[in-house]
Design a protein. Structure first.
Length: 131
């Protein structure tokens, strides 16, 4: 696997990034922290490789980093909150500030092929089913 922390440093001229969204967990934790610039935020939201092991908060001190562990269920605890977030999202998409790139389309009749492609990691971006 490519040393993504080194690549991030190369791309950012050694500065690092403001935020890392990490859905992998254990296998990428340390390298993800390396990618951050001072006062950066690590948003951990998944455990694809296993949970992040316990760590000493002092590892965050050299760059004054912030860490959060987001979960969907806190965000959608009430119908009202869930609806407000959905409204906010679709307002931003409709405004054009965010463009959703659809890289694959599968007819609904080929849903099995769509699942196979997703499972085999043969897709990028968004994948949709069409009628």
């Amino acid at each position: 696997m490519e040393d993504f922390a080194a690549r991030v440093k190369e791309i950012t001229g050694g500065q690092g990034v403001k935020v890392v969204y990490d859905s992998v967990g254990k296998d990428t934790w340390e390298k993800s922290l390396e990618c951050l610039r001072p006062f950066g935020l690590m948003a951990s939201f998944g455990n694809a490789s296993g949970p992040v092991p316990p760590f000493a908060p002092a590892v965050l001190a050299p760059k004054c980093l912030y860490v959060t562990r987001a979960t969907l269920f806190v965000h959608i605890a009430t119908r009202e909150r869930c609806q407000a977030m959905a409204d906010e999202l679709f307002d931003v998409v409709r405004s054009g500030k965010v463009k959703i790139h659809i890289d694959q389309r599968f007819p609904l009749a080929e849903v099995q092929a769509a699942h196979r492609a997703l499972e085999a990691r043969q897709t990028t971006g968004s994948t949709i089913l069409t009628l």
